[in-house]
Ligand binder design. Structure first.
Ligand code: B4P
Length: 197
């Protein structure tokens, strides 16, 4: 299976680029942000619990997110070619859980691909999206800064976890969406070739 983590700080373009990668490489999408927002919209117990964290720019507790991913992986049919993990894992604990879940499925992670974007650009993009997205966590600068801080403290170490496994790749995340997608595709194509040989 082709299992890829699309990694990066909030607003780095993970959701934007995942949509294009899924179409090109025919992979399945697992976005914890989308899954949580869906629970929130349906006002489920999980959604209402998650909202308390998301609205403040904080990460949702590991056990909630890991349980959600586990059930999504279990739902995957035998024809699944692989997954793009978008916004997951966001802590080293989540990364270890993902490694275990994939091992249980008889597969493993191929690579983590990081989108590199400056803090100034991230804040600009998220506040701009906040004008139309209706997302409480996109609206004010203090919440956006909290999300960036959570990323620096808790999520950035996930990159080291996969560097130590020799699975880390990075792509410049500033430029036009198509330019970035072109560079991501070059990395993906190299990974496919390495996987075949
Ligand atoms: P996410 O939904 O993952 O939100 P994100 O980090 O804002 O998204 P992304 O990086 O995908 O940005 P996008 O492509 O949309 O998480 C939201 C919250 O959910 C978290 O804060 C947390 O509370 C919770 N959560 C989610 N997963 C969790 C987990 N595993 N554990 C714990 N908690 C979790 O791009 C952003 C904007 O930039 C868009 O408006 C886009 O149009 C624009 N853009 C994209 N590419 C661009 C480019 N090249 N140039 C200019 N603009 C660009």
């Amino acid at each position: 299976m082709i299992n890829i983590i699309l990694f990066g700080p909030p607003g780095s373009g993970k959701g934007t680029q995942s949509a294009k990668l899924l179409e090109k490489y025919k992979l399945s999408h697992l976005s914890t942000g989308d899954l949580l927002r869906d629970q929130l919209k349906r006002e489920t117990k999980l959604g209402l619990e998650a909202k308390k964290f998301m609205d403040k720019g904080l990460l949702v507790p590991d056990e909630v997110v890991i349980g959600m991913i586990e059930s999504k992986l279990d739902e995957a049919g035998p024809d699944t070619k692989g997954f793009i993990f978008d916004g997951f894992p966001r802590t080293v604990e989540q990364a270890k859980a993902l490694d275990d879940l994939l091992t249980k499925k008889g597969t493993s992670l191929m690579s983590l691909i990081a989108l590199e974007v400056t803090q100034e650009e991230l804040v600009k993009r998220i506040l701009l999206r906040g004008e139309t997205s209706g997302r409480a966590d996109d609206r004010d600068r203090a919440t956006v800064m909290k999300r960036v801080q959570e990323y620096d403290n808790k999520t950035a170490p996930v990159a080291d976890h996969y560097k130590s496994q020799g699975k880390y790749n990075a792509v410049q995340g500033i430029g036009s969406i198509d330019q970035i997608f072109g560079n991501l595709s070059l990395v993906m194509d190299d990974l496919m070739v390495a996987n075949r040989s």
